[in-house]
Design a protein around this ligand. Structure first.
Ligand code: AP5
Length: 216
């Protein structure tokens, strides 16, 4: 859990390598559905572009499908889901249905002025989807992916315009932040100060997770 731009995706990518389990990001799954023009994607696009939450029915549908894929059998990292109480309750039911349990919930705390700055510099590679923080240079050169062989130009997400980011932060405060209390009451919540260099946040994250008892 964490506000837009708090570093959920960046850190989830690092945990994939460390723990060998997949990242399941509802944002990425929805963007992929939009790009492929699926029924879910067509219905989700307007809400995403305007910084609102996509309706629960769609989000729960894509999560249900994703959790049924073989690579999720050994565990998974949920990134950006659940985002409201209805989704949290539905997740509990789904996990009970597949005989799994939530081991931990991590909340990333970052001041909103830092977030606005981070998101304005976020660019991603249209080929490998890797996320960078690379604002355009003063000379007007477009930053390019250094991971892909043909170095494609990096692109900005349509919902990363400042006005839309501010709306996403309001939605986060209203709908998602209250889930921290929901998970705290269940003894699952670990809060991390995520306003630090990426490597330091990873260390804090891994330290928090190492205190979690191994699943039975
Ligand atoms: P989603 O894609 O989930 O966006 P988000 O939650 O708003 O989170 P972001 O991806 O913006 O940020 P992040 O925390 O992953 O940060 P990142 O690591 O990229 O959702 C998009 C939309 O989809 C939603 O608005 C909604 O419409 C819909 N949606 C998704 N899930 C939904 C759900 N469950 N229900 C309903 N609707 C849903 O980092 C950000 C930038 O900061 C990057 O440039 C990165 O390089 C940089 N950075 C990261 N860490 C650091 C650091 N420690 N120091 C400096 N820079 C850093």
């Amino acid at each position: 859990m964490g506000a837009p731009g708090s570093g959920k995706g960046t850190q989830a990518q690092r945990l994939i390598q460390r723990f060998g389990i997949p990242q399941i990001s509802t944002g990425d799954l929805l963007r992929s559905a939009v790009a492929r023009g699926t029924d879910y994607g067509k219905r989700a696009k307007a809400a995403m572009d305007s910084g609102q939450l996509v309706v629960d029915e769609i989000v729960l549908g894509i999560i249900r499908e994703r959790l049924a894929e073989p690579d999720a059998a050994r565990g998974f990292i949920l990134d950006g889901f659940p985002r409201n109480i209805v989704q949290a309750q539905a997740l509990q039911k789904m996990l009970t249905g597949i005989g799994a349990a939530l081991d931990a919930v991590v909340l990333f705390e970052v001041d909103y002025d830092v977030i606005i700055k981070r998101i304005s510099g976020r660019r991603s590679c249209p080929q490998c989807a890797r996320v960078f923080n690379a604002p355009s240079s003063a000379s007007g050169d477009v930053p390019r992916c250094d991971q892909c062989a043909d170095h494609p130009p990096l692109v900005q997400r349509p919902d990363d315009q400042e006005a839309t980011v501010r709306r996403r932060l309001e939605v986060y405060e209203r709908e998602t932040r209250p889930l921290a209390q929901f998970y705290e009451q269940q003894g699952l919540l670990h809060t991390i100060d995520a306003d630090a260099p990426v490597e330091d946040v990873t260390e804090r994250l891994v330290a928090a997770l190492s205190s979690v008892p191994a699943p039975a």
